[in-house]
Design a protein around this ligand. Structure first.
Ligand code: BV8
Ligand code: ZN
Length: 244
């Protein structure tokens, strides 16, 4: 019965001094971004788990770049949805608010969120495999094998691939935010990819109230204090105080 649960969450959001939100592909689904496991999921069409790896890039950089160019072109016209915008509004209302996202689509920043931790990087950032330089590049007509302007080496998407460790500083910031929060929302994630999937558990361990908003139950649902089933675009805006 989401309305009663939403009322509990609105109350807790009003009381909490330190809120953390973790999002996954489900929060961008209503913007038209394919999720990983949905019926039109990326992993069905492209077996992303095979392509989003350093081995695949080593073996066939042209194919991996084709995969990311396709996703960049698909993402370019898409806009944040009411769930992204509601989180940006919530950030303004909470004393301390940290948004941790597994998504690389950049839609949270586009919606106005400020304190964002991008656990798995950002598809609009390219990193040089030679000199390590990272720069934003939104061109949709990149050559098949983009080269660094500074040193000429091959560029790669500045994202975390499967089998790659997350940036230690990024992970430390996420753990610190989770350890300090008194309320955590986990929105639109299947909770299968580590270490992101452990963040809700860590919050629980540290005594936070943890609520999940997702279309379907996840391996963590029973662990959390609340598990609301429904669309993020419908439920997340209802976390804000009812418009007077
Ligand atoms: C690491 C960036 C240490 C790239 C991503 C074997 C070999 C090597 C590694 C492993 C292994 N076994 C396990 C591992 C660890 C691995 C892992 O967890 N694998 C999984 C597949 C089991 N993790 C890693 O490799 C991580 N690094 O652990 O380093 C290490 C090193 C070596 C060996 C071991 C460990 C790095 C993981 C980061 C990978 N990069 N993204 C890119 O995107 O191209 S992960 C990518 O997939 C996303 O970022 C996200 O994290 C994940 C997808 O998950 P979700 O976001 O949850 O999306 P999904 O589609 O699954 O679910 C959407 C949910 O939303 C669904 O539940 C759906 O019901 C719901 N939904 C849909 N619509 C809506 C909705 N909800 C609400 N409203 C809606 N409208
Ligand atoms: Zn370079």
């Amino acid at each position: 019965m989401p309305e009663a649960d939403l009322e509990v969450l609105r109350h807790r959001l009003h009381q909490s001094r330190d809120v953390v939100v973790l999002t996954g592909a489900g929060i961008s689904a209503e913007s038209g971004v394919p999720t990983f496991r949905g019926p039109d999921g990326l992993w069905r069409q492209y077996r992303a788990v095979d392509l989003a790896t350093p081995q695949a890039f080593q073996r066939d950089p042209r194919l991996v770049w084709e995969f990311y160019q396709w996703r960049r072109q698909l993402l370019a016209p898409l806009q944040p949805n009411p769930a992204h915008r509601a989180l940006a509004a919530l950030e303004q209302r909470c004393p301390r608010f940290t948004l941790i996202t597994q998504n690389i689509d950049g839609l949270h920043a586009l919606a106005g969120s400020r304190r964002i931790i991008e656990l798995h990087g950002n598809i609009w950032h390219l990193r040089c495999t030679g000199c390590g330089q990272v720069r934003e590049d939104r061109r949709l007509d990149l050559p098949p094998l983009p080269a660094c302007q500074t040193c000429g080496a091959l560029l790669r998407p500045h994202v975390v691939w499967f089998g790659e460790t997350l940036d230690p500083a990024v992970l430390a910031a996420a753990y610190a935010a989770v350890a300090a929060c008194d309320l955590m929302l986990v929105i639109g994630t299947s909770g299968l990819v580590q270490p992101a999937a452990s963040l809700g558990y860590l919050a629980k361990q540290r005594g936070a109230f943890v609520a999940e908003i997702n279309l379907e139950p996840t391996p963590q649902s029973d662990l959390y204090d609340l598990s609301l089933l429904g669309k993020a675009g419908d439920l997340v805006p209802r976390l804000l105080p009812a418009a007077r």
